[in-house]
Design a protein around this ligand. Sequence first.
Ligand SMILES: Cc1cc2nc3c(=O)[nH]c(=O)nc-3n(C[C@H](O)[C@H](O)[C@H](O)COP(=O)(O)OP(=O)(O)OC[C@H]3O[C@@H](n4cnc5c(N)ncnc54)[C@H](O)[C@@H]3O)c2cc1C
Length: 487
Amino acid sequence: MWVPQATLSLFAFLASRSLARLDGTKIAHDLQSILSPESAVFLLGNSSALIDTTPRFNVWHSPTYTVSVKPAFPRDVQKVVSYSRDKKVPFLATGGGHGYTGTLSALRDGIEVDLSYFNTVEVDKDKNLLKIGGSVRFRDLMGPVYAAGKAVPVGACPCVGMAGATLGGGIGFWSSTYGAISDSLSSLEVITADGSLITVSSTSNADLFWAMKGAGANYGIVTSLTYNIHDAPNGGQVMSADMMFPVSANGSLWEFVKSWVGKQPAELSLTISLLFDPIAGQFIIVTNIIYTGPLTTGHSIIQPLLNLQPLNTNISYIPWSEAPFAATYGGPANNCGKPTIMVPHAVNLYQVDTKALCDAVDYLNQTVPKDPALQSFVFAFTQYSQAGFKATEKKKSAFPWRDVVMYAQMDGIAMKADDVPAIDAFGKGFRDLLQKSNRKSKLEVYTHFAHGDEGAAAWYGEENVSRLRKLKKQYDPQGLFSFYNPV
Ligand SMILES: Cc1cc2nc3c(=O)[nH]c(=O)nc-3n(C[C@H](O)[C@H](O)[C@H](O)COP(=O)(O)OP(=O)(O)OC[C@H]3O[C@@H](n4cnc5c(N)ncnc54)[C@H](O)[C@@H]3O)c2cc1C
C-alpha cells in the first residue's frame, strides 16, 4: 500500500509523542514510588499540573518537561537527582520561575524539580540571620525582615525567587549599600550531582561557596539559604520617587545620572526606563529614584529632576519592603507572574557617555515608531552606588560585577510569536550599539539579564572561568546542572 510521505511523517510524529508520553508515565510512576507521600508528582499535560506547578514568567526559550515533581523534603530532592542521573533524564530546579536566559531551551522533555514546598521564612533578629527555603520569593521575605527592623538586599520585581537571584549574584536598590544579594549569604544547603546533601559556607566546602555566589545554578539544588541581615537604616523608611518625562529630556537625565558617577551615596539607586507610548506615537521616560536615607536629603537629590518639570511625579516615603511594589509606578510588581514572550538583551556599561546615549535614543526615535513589533520594548538603565559592591572583596565570590556603572537591559516583549525574530535582531543590534560606546572592548553582562549567547567569560568574568570549570568537574562531572548559562 502506498502511503503519502506526509502521512508517514504524521505517524512518526504521533509515535514519538506517545513514546514521550509513555516515558513520562513511567518516570512519574517511578518517582511516585520512591518519594515521600508528602511529595507531589505531575504528569504534564494533565490539567491539575497547570494549576499546581509554578508557572514560568517567560515563554521564550523556556525548558520543556514531561513530569513535574514537588519534593517535600531534602531527601526527596536527593532521590530525584539520583534517579534522573541514573536514568539519564535531564532535570532542572524551579524556584520563582523567573529565569529567562535563552540557554534554558536546551532542556527538552525533562523533569522539573519544583521547589514550591521549600517555602519557609525564618528571621532570627538577635543573631541577624534570615533562613529561607529554596523557592521563597522576594515578596515572601521582605515583610518579615522589615518587621524585625532589618534589611537584606532584594531585587526589583517582588515575585522573583530569592535563591535563583542569589545564585547569580542578585541586584536591587539595597545593593548600593550592601552589594550583591550573594554578598549577604552566610550558608546554603545543597544537593549535588552525586545526590549528597552538603552545607556550603565559608568554612564548609568554601571553594563551592565562592562559586555558588555568582554561578550557583551550575552546581546543585539549594534547599535552604541563610543570610546575614542588617539593622535597617533610617528606621527602614525609603523614598521612592517616580517621574515621567518627554523623550526630549533624555540628555538632561543622562547628565543627571552621570553627575553621580564615582560619588553616588550608598543610599541612592537610579533607574531610567524608556517605553514607547503608542497613543502619542513617541517614547516616554520614567525615572525611579530610591533613597534609603532621610526624606529631606532624598528631596534635595531629586530637586534637579523636579526642576526639569516632569509630566508626572509619584513620590512616596514608605517601608523598604513596599518599595518594589511602588517603584516605577508599580509596573514591575503589576506584571508579576504574568506569562510573557520576552526576548532579553543586556550589557554592563562602564561609563555614562551622554552623547552616545542621546544618539542611541535618537536611533530608537527613528526606528521604533515605524515598526509595531518593536513597540513593546522596555529599555532600562540602572545605576547603583559602587560603595555596596566594593564593600566585599572581589576574590570572595564568583560575582564579578563590582565596577559596573549602569546595567542596561533591553527587554523585547512580543505581542505575538511571529514578532520574535524582528525583536531579537533589534535587541541584539541595540546591545551592540551600546557596547560600542563602552569602556571595555569585550561584552560583559550580568548573568541574570543575559540573552544566552554571550558565553561564560561574559557572564562570570574572564578571570573566574577556569576556576569555575575546575569546580564543575569536581562537583558535577556529568554536567547535570548545565542549563542556566553554563560555565
Ligand atoms: C520580571 C523580572 C524582574 C527581575 N528583576 C531582577 C532584579 O531586580 N534583580 C536581579 O538580580 N534579578 C532580577 N531578575 C532576574 C532574576 O534574578 C533571575 O531571572 C533569576 O534566575 C530568577 O530566579 P527564579 O527562582 O525566579 O527563577 P527560576 O526560573 O525558577 O530559576 C532560575 C535558575 O535558577 C535555578 N534555581 C532557582 N532556584 C534554585 C534553587 N533553589 N536551587 C538551585 N537552583 C535554583 C533554576 O534551576 C534556574 O536555572 C528579574 C527577572 C524577571 C523576569
